[in-house]
Design a protein around this ligand. Structure first.
Ligand code: 5RP
Length: 299
């Protein structure tokens, strides 16, 4: 080696200090591989162990949903305030600036649209090589527990978990709520646990009665979807209750991008998730932000 001679002598071995053995801040992931922990740490803020995911993958079943007609215009101002972006590869590649450098939760299941009554027959719609090219930090796969496509959707989930594991990419299992499917706490309790038992690293579900028990019985982090657009205070109450009862974050879409002031709303949700704001305090933040953006002619 060229510099073998005359090098500074190594002497700081810290002999009195045992090597640091750190715990890991994401629930149930203490035994995961380094790469997976690194990706999960991009999604879940290590300071709070929580996350605000911005979901805008709706187009994969709904086409141009209200608020997402122009992905470029809608998402660009919101991305800086999200911890992670959940989207399809088509939306990301065509409309989202990679320089936002936010971890991507890549929608990896596909195969039906809202035109079908039974949407439970999906397939895996992204090869793992492409997920790697997209620098995905997580794959997202919809699972239809109790529907006619239950078995094939569970197979999609485990296939994604296996492919992702080869590259230390975690998988988020998404509990679907189809037209014919139950939305009871009993249903969500079963669905969340099944997804985690099959190896999902994150579970996305809906807030419901007895959520505290559902979160306790799910050995990996749960993030809650927002669902249909609610009045802002109600959406903030939903996020607050979910966090108070054990959710590790939110994965919200319509309640952000369909709000009168999407930037104000994502900032308010952030304050609830990461800073312990009450829904009322967060609503104040939202109103202040909305007023100031209106003054600047923005929203
Ligand atoms: C549907 C999804 C969507 O991303 C999610 O439902 C969107 O969030 P929101 O319900 O808050 O609009 O995973 O399978």
């Amino acid at each position: 080696m060229a510099d073998a001679d005359g090098m500074k002598q190594a002497k700081d071995y810290g002999l009195d200090t045992p090597q640091m053995s750190q715990g890991f801040h994401v629930k149930g992931m203490g035994h995961a591989d380094w790469g997976m922990k690194n990706r999960l740490s991009r999604i879940f803020n290590p300071a709070t162990s929580k996350t605000v995911m911005l979901a805008f993958d709706h187009g994969y079943i709904m086409g141009a949903a209200a608020g997402l007609e122009r992905l470029d215009l809608t998402i660009d101002p919101l991305a800086p305030y999200a911890d992670a972006l959940m989207a399809t590869r088509g939306a990301l590649r065509s409309c989202i600036n990679p320089a936002h450098n936010k971890p991507v939760i890549l929608r990896a299941s596909a195969g039906s649209t809202v035109l079908k009554d039974d949407m439970s027959h999906e397939v895996l719609g992204v090869e793992i090589d492409d997920a790697v090219r997209m620098n995905a930090s997580c794959l997202a796969v919809q699972v239809f527990i109790g529907a006619s496509g239950e078995c094939s959707s569970l197979k999609n989930l485990v296939n994604a978990i296996d492919s992702g594991a080869r590259y230390s990419i975690p998988t988020m299992g998404v509990t679907a709520v189809g037209k014919e499917m139950e939305r009871t706490n009993r249903y969500f309790m079963l669905a969340c646990r099944v997804l985690a038992e099959l190896g999902a690293h994150i579970v996305k579900t809906y807030y419901c009665e007895d959520f505290e028990k559902i979160a306790a019985a799910c050995p990996v982090p749960i993030v809650v979807a927002g669902g249909k657009k609610l009045p802002e205070l109600n959406a903030l109450k939903l996020a607050h209750s979910a966090i108070q009862q054990g959710a590790a974050g939110v994965d919200m879409g319509r309640n952000v991008f369909q709000s009168d002031c999407p930037v104000g709303m994502i900032k308010a949700i952030n304050a609830v998730v990461h800073n312990g704001f009450t829904p009322e305090q967060a609503l104040d933040l939202y109103e202040t932000e909305k007023a100031s953006l209106l003054k600047e002619g923005k929203r």
